[in-house]
Design a protein around this ligand. Structure first.
Ligand code: MIC
Ligand code: SF4
Length: 643
């Protein structure tokens, strides 16, 4: 039987397990990346492992999220990360050099290699045929130390592309179309491979937009073949030697095949507050727009920016719209500046933001009260923009420009003429903002610089055989990590300060949660399906751990979050009968007995002492996961076995 592209890469990196969908496998990881919002914690975890130098082929730390520096906290954390990198063999991409996924694609990604990153959009690397996955910081720390990355062997889905995109219809619309088809949980447990004749019509930046947003499907990752177009991109980045051809076998078997005819697509838009809430742009025509943001790791490539500049050239944006443009990297910004396109953008009335995540994670540029914000980003979860009642829509750069010019949601095809925009034969190569690590000899005497914002890691609690605790919070379906542990300008600087962060836990759902959880001592959370979708932030597990949460019971979990819960020593369980969810209420006293035997059996019985009902909870922990829970955390387990 033939293999898919992902199966070929998995086979070449398999260190444990069998390539059978649903079973646990362990992979050797070639490259890691971190960003600063998750990086501080990941490097603190790496340090506790007592390993002198990273054991990957390349590990890169990016500073791109926490760049506001409205106090000492971010600057201290950046200094800490820079000093850890120098000492332990990690490349350090300075603030201003760009968004991790954009820079990694440009400068470091290699087809056929494995990459894990402490950011959920790491699958962007699938645009050049990498097996690139988002992971919790602790998993990344273990991989930096040479440990394998454990995942559930995914199913294989194929999206078969035919046709060619029409003018003003873009890769972003392809992402929105697949979200419309599959929903935010449609990719859970699967790798999405993009194939078919239509693939040849898509450039690397377009492919990367699509693999980037595969994250919103809940997929393990998304991947494109590595072909002539990939070779040309790498050659233009001065990295032709990194090219290898990768294709699936013609008799490869897929669990699902989805057909998309690119020629039939229309400009699409995701409405508040979910990326799969997709309709056509024309159906919302005339909706007044207050703000437009162009950028983020989804749509900040040179190609995107050149198209934006070409459409804005010689025009002035609506006086009622505030437009921000954040290029994805220093390479993009300097090339825009050298060819004059930046002048066209600025002349239109746009505000230029730095090459960073910025408004995407609520780091400035929040919309006005109730404001409609059209963004070329990948997430529009409630409150994420920093304005609680902000109405965020997700669109392509072309649709964003159309709205900025008219002041209303406008089908970009109404703009008429789309100037021809091509990628350059050579990108501007300047890696001076990437600081190399010290030599082994020099590293030994280097000091790691820690600031007062770094606080103690939360204590872990080895899983006991019995758990008696109240149901402290009951939430619905599709709860995101932005609900569990919000980000934004006020909170994000405290990512290495769990006690401070804890005040904001579940703030979007229930501001009384932190106080109630602390008062309860130990507690249980109940959720609906796809609990923990969204980011890779392990803080969405570490903060509940700090507040005493010992188990989370749901209808289903998102992939990275369930791993983060186990890594933090919080037991994730699911209802055997999903209807049982309905008969549980906040403050019910719950009791789980014979947990160890239940873990082995895959079923744990829970008594509700308040309504005297019994519930069957399921789990399918591997021996390793059971050992992690019994040790109290992945960190404690790793120390125990000396991995
Ligand atoms: C996001 O887009 O939500 C983030 C911020 O990039 C997160 C990481 C984090 O919370 O630091 C992600 O996607 O993993
Ligand atoms: Fe940054 Fe937004 Fe991309 Fe997350 S989704 S990495 S916050 S640009």
């Amino acid at each position: 039987m033939g293999l898919t592209i992902a199966q070929k890469i998995i086979k070449a990196h398999l260190v444990e397990g069998e390539m059978v969908a649903g079973s646990e496998i362990a992979l050797k990881i070639d490259q890691t990346l971190t960003q600063d919002a998750t990086g501080t914690m990941a490097y603190l975890e790496f340090e506790t492992m007592g390993i002198d130098r990273v054991r990957t082929e390349k590990s890169v730390a990016y500073i791109d999220h926490n760049t506001l520096q409205s106090g000492f906290e971010n600057a201290d954390d950046h200094r800490y990360i820079q000093s850890v990198c120098k000492k332990h063999g990690i490349y350090f991409s300075r603030p201003g050099n760009g968004i991790c996924h954009q820079v990694h694609l440009e400068r470091f990604g290699i087809p056929g290699k494995t990459l894990i990153g402490s950011d959920s959009h790491t699958p962007t690397g699938g645009g050049i045929g990498m097996l690139a996955m988002g992971a919790g910081g602790l998993d990344v720390a273990v991989a930096m130390g040479g440990g394998a990355y454990h995942i559930t062997m995914p199913k294989m889905y194929k999206v078969n592309l035919t046709g060619k995109l029409n003018k003003f219809v873009t890769a972003k619309d392809v992402s929105l179309e697949i979200l419309r088809i599959l929903s935010v949980k449609g990719g859970v447990g699967a790798i999405i491979e993009w194939g078919g004749e239509g693939v040849k019509t898509l450039s690397v930046p377009e492919r990367a937009t699509i693999t980037n947003m595969g994250t919103e499907l809940g997929a393990t990752t998304s991947i494109f073949p590595s072909d002539e177009i990939t070779r040309e991109f790498l050659a233009a980045q001065g990295r032709e030697n990194d090219y290898v051809e990768l294709a699936s076998d013609c008799d490869a078997v897929y669990d699902k095949i989805i057909d998309i005819n690119l020629s039939e697509l229309k400009p699409l838009i995701a409405c508040p507050h979910s990326p799969d809430n997709v309709v056509t742009v024309e159906s919302l025509k005339g909706t007044k727009v207050d703000q437009v943001c162009i950028g983020s790791c989804t749509n900040s490539s040179l190609l995107d920016m050149l198209k934006v500049a070409a459409l804005l050239k010689g025009k002035i944006i609506s006086p009622f719209v505030s437009l921000s443009v954040s290029p994805g990297s220093k390479q993009v910004l300097s090339m825009l500046s050298e060819c004059g396109a930046l002048t066209d953008i600025l002349a239109s009335g746009a505000r230029l933001l730095e090459c960073a995540c910025g408004p995407c994670i609520g780091m400035g540029f929040s919309p006005n009260s109730g404001g409609v914000s059209l963004r070329t980003f990948n997430r529009n979860f409630e409150g994420r923009s920093g304005t609680a009642d902000g109405q965020v829509y997700l669109v392509s750069p072309e649709t964003a420009v159309a709205a900025a010019l008219t002041g209303y949601i406008t089908d970009p095809r109404e703009l008429g003429f789309m100037p021809e925009v091509k990628l350059p034969e050579k990108f501007k190569i300047d890696d001076s903002a990437v600081i190399e690590p010290a030599s082994v000899e020099e590293a030994a005497s280097l000091e790691v610089l820690r600031g007062p914002n770094i606080k103690k890691f939360p204590d872990s609690y080895p899983q006991e055989d019995t758990l008696k605790a109240p149901l402290i919070l009951k939430v619905g379906d599709n709860i995101t990590t932005d609900h569990i542990m919000p980000a934004g300008a006020k909170i994000l600087p405290y990512r290495s300060n769990i006690p401070h962060l804890s005040q904001y836990c579940f703030g979007v759902c229930d501001t009384s949660f932190p106080e109630r959880a602390k008062a309860a001592g130990r507690s249980i959370i109940v959720g609906g399906s796809n609990y923990g979708q969204g980011s890779s932030r392990e803080h969405a597990a570490l903060v509940p751990l700090y507040l005493g949460v010992r188990a989370v019971i749901t209808k289903s979990f998102a992939r990275i979050h369930i791993a983060n819960l186990i890594n933090a020593g919080i037991m994730p369980l699911t209802f055997k009968n999903p209807e049982d969810y309905d008969s549980l209420s906040e403050n019910d006293e719950l009791e789980l007995n014979d947990i160890y035997a239940g873990m082995d059996k895959g079923e744990i019985i829970m008594k509700n002492l308040t309504n005297n009902r019994e519930y069957v909870l399921t789990c399918s922990f591997t021996d390793r996961q059971k050992a992690i829970l019994k040790a109290g955390s992945l960190l404690a387990y790793t120390k125990e076995i000396g991995e």
